[in-house]
Unconditional design. Structure first.
Length: 196
């Protein structure tokens, strides 16, 4: 073999070694952020995945207060000279107040809506958000939900309860004639503000 052929073979061999070493240092086909085993549950785990949130919220509050105050002050003075009275004065002050109040409030919301994973947080949690619009009897009903969830709180059926959301924000609004009739008019608000 001539020196020229040996140099050519050595150059090809060096190029093959260089190519093999670059392939060995290339990234792995396995990416832990997107890897999903064939036998894994079909749960949300990346941005854009859908997840169903079951909203079961019930809240109630009650406050009672009773106040009773009573006060009585008497002041009496008389001025006399000898055996007879010259002047006499009496002053009496009394006051009484009875007051009470009661506040009671209750709310309940049952809904189920599918939202999207918006962000994967550094600690492995997911930020989810989404809304649902319903029109019932010409009334627009809007349910909006957002919050943080942990992967272990997602069920096998890709469902999470609203009680498992951290930093949850759940908004339920209605817009239409019925909702409008439940609001006080501007002149009633003005009169209430003036105490009339």
């Amino acid at each position: 073999m001539s020196a020229q052929n040996r140099a050519l073979c050595a150059g090809i061999f060096a190029a093959v070694l260089l190519l093999l070493s670059s392939l060995l240092h290339a990234g792995s086909l396995y990416d832990e952020k997107t890897y999903r085993a064939l036998t894994a549950d079909n749960k949300a785990f990346r941005v854009g995945d859908a997840i169903t949130v079951q909203v079961i919220e019930s809240a109630s509050a009650s406050t009672n207060s009773d106040t009773t105050t009573r006060r009585a002050n008497n002041l009496s003075a008389s001025l006399g000279h000898g055996n007879g009275k010259v002047a006499s004065a009496d002053l009496g002050v009394a006051g009484q107040f009875d007051g009470g109040g009661r506040t009671q409030r209750a709310g309940r919301l049952l809904a189920q809506l599918t939202v999207s994973v918006k962000e994967l947080l550094p600690n492995g949690e997911m930020w989810i958000a989404g809304e649902q619009l319903l029109t019932l009897n010409d009334e627009l009903q809007r349910i909006y939900i957002e919050g943080r969830i942990r992967a272990q709180d997602i069920s096998d059926t890709n469902l999470v309860l609203s009680s498992r959301l951290a930093d949850a924000r759940i908004v339920y609004l209605g817009d239409g004639d019925l909702s409008e009739r439940q609001k006080r008019s501007w002149w009633r608000k003005l009169l209430d503000g003036l105490g009339l």
